[in-house]
Structures are given as C-alpha cells and as structure tokens.
Design a protein around this ligand. Structure first.
Ligand code: PLP
Length: 393
C-alpha cells in the first residue's frame, strides 16, 4: 500500500500568521474604518529599483527577437549572473569561482531543497528563535532536531559548547526574528566546531545587505576555515525587493567534501536533475542588482528601511525597553514589558494603539515574552507607530 511521508503528521500547525490575521480581522470588524499600523510585516514595500526594472524590460525584449531569444537556461545559473555574484564577493575580499555560485529561485526553495544533500539520519542543530522553515523542513525529512536557545543573556546569539554535537548547523545572521548579528570571533567558533566535528553549517545570509558595521561579517566565507564546512544561502528578496520577483543564490565551496563526496558536485547533479534553471529575464534583473548603479539604488531602499528602524528604536529607547537588532538588520526584537507574554502584548498593542507586530513565541519557545517589529512599512506609518509606542510604554 502506498505510504505517504508520515513525517508531515509531525509538523506543528503553522498558526503564527494565521492567528495574527484572525485577530486583525476580528479587530477590524469590531472597529470599522480604524487604521492599523502594520509593523509586523516581513515583506518589503518599496518597488524594484529602476536599474532592475530596466533590465527586466530589456530582457523581455530579448525574448521577443530570434537573435537574442533564450530557451532553457543552464540549471546552475546563467554564466553572466554567476560571474557577477562571484565578483560581488571578490570586491569584499572573498575569492569564489563562478562554479561555486548557484543561482536559485530564492532562499526558501534552497533551504528546503539543500537537505537532499544530507542523509536523513543526520541531526540538525537550530539556533533559536528561528525562521520557522528550518524546523519544518527537517521535520518533513524525519531528522532529529537539536534546539539551541538564544536569550537576553547571550544577546540572542547562542554559542556552542563541546556538548553541542550535530551534523547540520543552522545559523542566520543578521537573524530573523531577533536582528542580532554574529561577530567574526563568534562565527570563527562555529566554524572551528564544525570543522572539528565534520558538521556542515547552513548559513542563511538573507539579510546580509543590512549590515552597516564594517567589523561584522556579511558572509560566513569571511571566516577562515569556512570553505571546508559551510554553505551560504542568500536571497535578493530583502536586498533588492525581489520577494515577488524571486531570485537568490547559494554558495557551495569545492572544498566542502565529506566521505569523499563533493557537495558542490552533488548539487550540480541535483540541480540538473530537479530543475531547468531560473528564467533568463529574472537572471538579467539579478545581474542589474550587482552593477554599481544597481548597488547604489538598492542601498537607497535599504537606507529607507533603516531610517524606519532608527525611528522605532528611538521610541523604544525613550520608553526604556530592552531590545536587540534594528541597526544591522530590518528587525527589532523587544522584550515585552511587565512580564507580558508575546500574544498578550500583541493584543495590548492592537487594542490600545492599533500597532501590529509579531509575537516572538511564533519563532520557538525561547521567543515567548518577546516581540518582533519589522521596518518595512512606510515612513509615515512607522513614525506614527513609534510615537504611539513611546507614549504607551
Ligand atoms: N531566510 C530568512 C531568514 C528569511 O527571513 C526569509 C524570508 O523572510 C527567507 C530565508 C526566504 O527568502 P526568499 O524570499 O528568498 O525565499
């Protein structure tokens, strides 16, 4: 008899955004016409920058003429985009060959698909609070999960000790939801541990472009020893507003080998089996992000979100709240006041000042008692929400 993958029965209901939507709906029905200030959204709001939309238009025109038309694209990415990404790393002092860069349809796809490279008997260590897809993707494969909790004491940057043994290690820096960023010394500890134990680090760098402090690493490959123990998963979603356009990239060094198996070779085999490449038009748009003009324009958008972060963190400073993030990240992670629980604080803000955030409990049990604000709303809404927050708290 056909057996479904029974691991799906082990998945916890994804109630976080569902619950939030229900609570908002109930509030809006009871208070028609009352404006809500959505500081919880994890999606960008600014449009694509002109360099990208020009490239999209031009690439669409290419597809309209036989001489410039492209059919199937190479499964691992168009050479022009792999080169542009490798050069982007090179400008930051990281040497990669183009064959170490794989173009993807976004980080979410890769975070799930990359698990094809590892046996399901491997264990996965997840530093929490965490982006929920890490846990769910491993539950689907029946993998043992080791949870490592962040806390106020460790600045939500949990570090390993010698008892910390796992085959796969998930690190996300800048972190969603906490906005915390690992220092070079901290990442070096993780890299050394992984090399000692033969583990592989899955480094989620979806928010690297938000790092402004030059002393903080934007890539795991800035750390000596990472080429033998890490895979980096990146996305243009938050860097360049591609959440609805879809493009990302994954770096798998050729030096990453276990039991004689090269993960780079395995990923080539995986992609050539399971994909037919990413659309030519989107890859040209991605290429535009890495031009000097594209970089200048995407950084302007990031500065807009960072200005929102400044306004929100100033309000939290005025209120004397404890928080991390907000400086090198689009997320601010705040301790709920007066021992309130995450959902209690959610209701309090919604009912009292019509400000919406995300309850920290939705990102793992150690997130209970904390709350995430994002900085992707409009400046006007952010300003009003910040004023209301500092008056209330
Ligand atoms: N990783 C983290 C930490 C995220 O927060 C997100 C999206 O919010 C993703 C990955 C997924 O990004 P993408 O839009 O490229 O699938």
């Amino acid at each position: 008899m056909l057996r479904p993958n029974m691991n799906y029965a082990q998945l916890k209901d994804s109630y976080l955004f569902f619950n939030i939507a229900q609570k908002i709906r109930a509030y809006s029905q009871a208070h028609p016409g009352v404006k809500l200030y959505r500081m919880g959204i994890g999606d960008v709001t600014l449009p694509l920058c002109p360099a990208v939309t020009e490239a999209l238009h031009k690439a669409a025109d290419d597809q309209a003429a036989a001489a410039s038309f492209h059919g199937y694209m190479p499964e691992c990415g168009a050479p022009f985009l792999r080169k542009a990404i490798a050069e982007h790393y090179k400008a930051r002092g990281i040497q990669l060959s183009e064959e170490e860069v794989f173009v993807s349809s976004g980080a979410s796809d890769e975070l799930g698909d990359i698990l094809d490279l590892f046996d399901s008997s491997n264990s996965a260590l997840i530093t929490e609070p965490a982006y929920p897809a890490y846990v769910d993707a491993n539950v689907i494969e029946g993998r043992e999960i080791v949870h490592l909790a962040g806390s106020m004491e460790n600045g939500f940057l949990p570090m390993p000790d010698e008892s910390c043994k796992a085959d796969l290690i998930y690190l996300c820096s800048p972190n969603n939801p906490t906005g915390a960023v690992f220092s070079r010394a901290q990442l070096k500890e993780w890299v050394d541990l992984a090399n000692r134990n033969g583990s592989v680090i899955l480094f989620d760098a979806a928010y690297e472009a938000f790092i402004e402090d030059p002393s903080l690493p934007r890539s795991i490959f800035e750390i000596e020893g990472a080429r033998t123990c890490a895979i980096e998963i990146c996305s243009l979603s938050k860097t360049a507003g591609f959440t609805g356009t879809r493009l990302g990239y994954t770096v798998i060094p050729k030096d990453l080998v276990r039991l004689g198996m090269s993960f780079n070779d395995m990923w080539v085999r995986n992609r050539t089996t399971k994909t037919n490449g990413v659309s030519y038009i989107l890859q040209r748009a991605g290429e535009a992000v890495f031009t000097p003009l594209g970089q200048q324009q995407v950084m302007e958008n990031i500065r807009y979100y960072k200005n929102n972060a400044k306004v929100l963190t100033q309000a939290l400073d005025t209120a004397g709240a404890w928080y991390c993030g907000g400086k090198n990240s689009p997320y601010i992670w705040m301790k709920c006041p007066d021992g309130m629980g995450s959902w209690e604080f959610f209701d309090y803000l919604l009912n009292e000042i019509q400000v919406i955030g995300t309850p920290g409990e939705g990102f793992g049990s150690c997130g209970e008692g904390y709350f995430r604000f994002s900085t992707f709303a409009s400046f006007e809404d952010t300003k009003t929400a910040a004023k209301r927050l500092s008056d209330l708290l």
